[in-house]
Ligand binder design. Structure first.
Ligand code: DX5
Ligand code: ZN
Length: 219
């Protein structure tokens, strides 16, 4: 089954509560929180994303997944574990070595929270393989992280296929999530390649009818 996760990156503060209500009513599977620290990427969304997460916790039941685009992974992991979210995803490019990545994975899991690892378009997809036995999902970036509304990078398709094959051959049960430039057309392409969770920001938020947009993405 294909699931859809709505990115709040391009949701304005004044519309945030209404958007949370409307998306939940439209049957979205996850709320996607894009935390950017102004260092790992230029943008800084730290305060706004924390605020949105608190609203979500107060007024909605939809699962919350956090996508950390930050340099200091540990402090953000701690702060989102404190709020309580369903999953936390960090970038393999954020930490220095395999040991640090494995430690962070086990720290998050110890707190009964699902773990995702994200990988940038320019990082070799094979670099994620050592962690596959320990994580719940891989978040394949299909744009350079940092902003919403960018164009889907077509090479993501092949990366997803390669990853999907590696997961299948090893008998792992891991979600493949794709993030960046997802619309009705690119959704079909990545689903065909093996993705089962789609993150979409601008495609959903700018549509007149959320329910219809989500249905189009599910294919
Ligand atoms: C990019 C973020 C994404 C992105 C999604 O760095 O991780 O979640 O904003 O937005 P769209 O769907 O507009 O590409
Ligand atoms: Zn994201």
């Amino acid at each position: 089954m294909v699931e859809v996760s709505a990115s709040f990156l391009n949701v304005e503060k004044e519309n945030s509560i209404q958007t949370i209500y409307n998306l939940e009513a439209s049957g979205i599977d996850y709320f996607h929180i894009d935390v950017m620290d102004g260092k790992f990427v230029k943008n800084n969304t730290v305060d706004r994303m924390r605020e949105y997460t608190e609203y979500m916790k107060q007024i909605a039941n939809t699962k919350i997944e956090v996508h950390l685009m930050v340099e200091e992974v540990e402090s953000y992991v701690k702060s989102y574990l404190d709020i309580g979210v369903n999953s936390i995803t960090f970038h393999i490019e954020s930490l220095k070595n395999e040991m640090e990545i494995l430690k962070m994975i086990s720290y998050i899991k110890k707190h009964d929270t699902q773990v995702g690892l994200s990988i940038n378009p320019k990082t070799k997809i094979e670099q994620i393989y050592p962690y596959l036995p320990y994580i719940h999902k891989v978040l394949v970036m299909s744009v350079e992280p940092g902003a919403g509304g960018q164009k889907f990078l077509p090479e993501a398709r092949e990366r997803i296929q390669t990853l999907n094959k590696a997961i299948y051959e090893n008998g792992f049960e891991i979600d493949i999530e794709v993030d960046g430039g997802i619309n009705a057309q690119t959704a079909l392409e990545v689903i065909e390649a093996g993705a089962n969770i789609l993150v979409a920001g601008s495609y959903i938020v700018t549509s007149e009818n959320y329910k219809e947009a989500i249905k189009n993405l599910r294919g």
